[in-house]
Design a protein around this ligand. Structure first.
Ligand code: HEC
Ligand code: HEC
Length: 304
């Protein structure tokens, strides 16, 4: 090595050693916090799990299409490895069928996970939109979803452990508070009464209920959110009736965006926008469209 390069080489070495050590500590700290046990006061509200075909069909629609469980747990609900690398970490939403975790969960475990965002091991669940489920689904609707999940043929798929580990990038974002909106547990009022049933129909009230899961990506006010996924993820769009949102849209264009994942300009929407919405019924589209029209027109919150 040339003489004058030596100090630079040593400098780089110092940065690598100390920088690496620093990052290692951050990753450990973030994962320690992620895996820390959380406490839920009081009993978990549950409802009897149905087994009749009508309830199971309702449960399937709610789980697949409204709750989009399959986006993360796989279309067969047998679990899915989303990523496993040094930079992002590991995300492997578990196998919910009787061939996997589903076999070991008690009724209370199901309700604790779906409505309170806590695993059967007592950790807060990251990414899964439990806060939206808590606000949208009645106890009977959760029970119908669980009944359907329990009725599924067992899928033999072992994705290994852990289900969730933060890599370098997500550890830094997590410690900076950037994932707080994605920890259902901290965004739920655990003592609130479960939501009352809303009659199905093309009404604003029913649309408001169905739009609860949209808020986890499009923001609590539905005016959009800056990108929160891996690099290249677009910001979630503005769904309020503002010029930067759905003001100029028609109900049918809205239906195409949801069911065919196509924008108004015909462009295919990013994969972050769930594909399971293809199963939405006309009544559900009408209800959400009616509800979105009543929201406050708000400029697009896209981080720019
Ligand atoms: C956006 C992704 C996502 C969606 C959508 C999602 N989940 Fe999950 N779910 C996860 C992840 C990730 C875990 C693992 C969390 C962990 O171990 O920290 C998980 C864990 C679970 C668990 C296991 C808790 C335990 O005891 O370990 C259950 C039960 C569950 N999900 C049910 C559902 C149901 C039912 C739906 C649909 C109504 C759903 N999930 C939708 C990501 C998701
Ligand atoms: C997991 C995150 C996520 C969820 C849940 C979600 N969206 Fe989206 N949505 C996105 C993202 C990201 C985009 C932007 C896609 C793009 O620009 O390619 C988008 C785009 C859209 C668009 C297209 C708007 C435009 O200007 O082109 C509409 C309409 C839409 N979403 C409606 C909804 C509704 C209604 C719901 C709830 C039923 C919902 N979304 C749930 C992430 C999500």
């Amino acid at each position: 090595m040339r003489e004058y390069l030596k100090p630079i080489g040593i400098g780089v070495l110092i940065v690598i050693v100390f920088g690496g050590g620093f990052l290692g500590l951050q990753v450990r700290k973030a994962n320690g916090l992620l895996n820390a046990p959380v406490t839920l006061d009081g009993p978990i509200a549950t409802a009897p799990i149905p087994t009749d075909p009508e309830s199971l069909a309702r449960g399937e629609h709610l789980a697949r299409v409204v709750g989009v469980c399959g986006e993360c747990h796989g279309d067969d609900m047998g679990g899915k490895l989303d990523f496993d690398d040094l930079m992002m970490g590991r995300m492997a939403p578990p196998n919910l069928t009787r061939g996997g975790l589903g076999a070991t969960l008690t009724d209370e475990d199901w309700f604790r996970a779906i409505r309170h965002g806590v695993t059967s091991q007592g950790r807060a669940i990251l990414i899964m939109p439990s806060a939206a489920y808590n606000r949208a689904f009645t106890l009977e609707e959760v029970a119908a979803m669980v009944g359907w999940l329990k009725s599924l043929p067992p899928v033999e798929r072992d994705l290994g452990e852990p289900t969730m580990r933060l890599g370098i990038i997500f550890s830094l974002i997590y410690l900076g508070g950037g994932l707080e909106k994605d920890v259902g547990f901290v965004n739920i009022d655990h003592s609130a009464a479960p939501p009352a049933a809303v009659e199905e129909g093309p009404t604003v009230a029913y649309g408001n209920k169905l739009a609860a899961p949209c808020r986890s990506c499009h923001g609590q006010d539905l005016a959009g959110l800056p990108p929160s996924g891996p690099p290249g993820t677009p910001p979630a769009r503005n769904l309020t009736p503002h010029e930067t949102g759905l003001k100029e849209w028609t109900r049918d264009e809205f239906a195409v965006a949801l069911r065919e994942s196509k924008g108004r300009d015909g462009r295919e929407l990013n994969l972050f926008m769930p594909r399971a919405y293809k199963g939405l019924t006309d009544v559900e589209i009408d209800a959400m469209w009616a509800y979105l029209g009543t929201t406050t027109p708000t400029p697009w919150n896209n981080g720019e």
